[in-house]
Design a protein. Structure first.
Ligand code: ADP
Length: 226
């Protein structure tokens, strides 16, 4: 394993380049996440944090600059290689859980493992272990609609960690929850991240949550300012 879980080197991204509605979203952004480090990405709405997370998560490509995950330069990989890297090396959590509604909590965590070549029985064991760790083991057979918002998000955390990635990217992971639930669910996420030694970049508006991470990066008008 490389000492640096993620390196973003001089990333630039502009939407609608050269047109009247051009938006320069990221202007020379460089970020390094050491192994095991948990970093808060603090940014006002529209500052470019989703764009940055999507580029780090290989869901979008920068115009210029490089993305290295666990020491490998992913910037110019083809679609198949990017998909493989996303599936095995990177976990992504959104503000909304995006669980598959027709499958149980357990199945939602089993499916990404099957896609990654894990056997069914091993995948079920790991899914149960993850659900137990975040306190929703008793809800394993429920579909997402039968779960509370906090429980849905805990299941989404387990799904992101299903294939034991080294890097977790999260975009306002508790932004959709009331303050008390957000605090508890964030605590469960942090416990899981610390226990597994994950490196994480977690976008949030919430300064109380940001202070519980190792350090803070601020993104303003497309630049990292500290
Ligand atoms: P944040 O997550 O910080 O709210 P985003 O990364 O979603 O910010 O967006 C940053 C800016 O880029 C916004 O002004 C947004 O309107 C613009 N933007 C995002 N995606 C696109 C796109 N696909 N086409 C054009 N503009 C976009």
């Amino acid at each position: 394993m490389n000492d640096q879980a993620l390196v973003l080197n001089a990333i630039c991204k502009t939407y609608n380049a050269g047109k009247p509605n051009e938006v320069r979203v990221l202007r020379d952004v460089s970020v390094t996440l050491d192994r095991g480090e948990v970093v808060a990405l603090v940014a006002p709405s529209g500052a470019g944090k989703s764009t940055l997370l999507h580029i780090a998560g290989l869901l979008d490509t920068p115009d210029t600059g490089d993305v290295l995950v666990d020491g490998t330069n992913m910037t110019r990989l083809g679609d198949d290689a990017r998909t493989l890297a996303r599936r095995g090396q990177i976990g992504f959590i959104y503000q909304f859980h995006h669980l598959l509604p027709e499958f149980s909590a357990l199945e939602n965590i089993v499916l990404p493992q099957l896609a990654n070549g894990v056997g069914a029985s091993e995948a079920r064991d790991r899914a149960r272990m993850l659900l137990d760790r975040v306190g929703v083991g008793k809800r394993a057979d429920h579909r997402p609609a039968a779960l509370s918002g906090g429980e849905q998000q805990r299941v989404a955390f387990c799904r992101a960690l299903a294939n034991a990635p080294g890097l977790l990217l999260a975009d306002e992971p508790t932004g959709n929850l009331d303050p008390t639930t957000s605090d508890q669910v964030f605590g469960a996420l942090m416990d899981l991240v610390r226990e597994t030694g994950l490196s994480a970049l977690i976008a949030t508006h919430n300064m109380d949550l940001a202070k519980r991470m190792d350090r803070m990066l601020r993104l303003e008008e497309g630049r990292v300012v500290g």
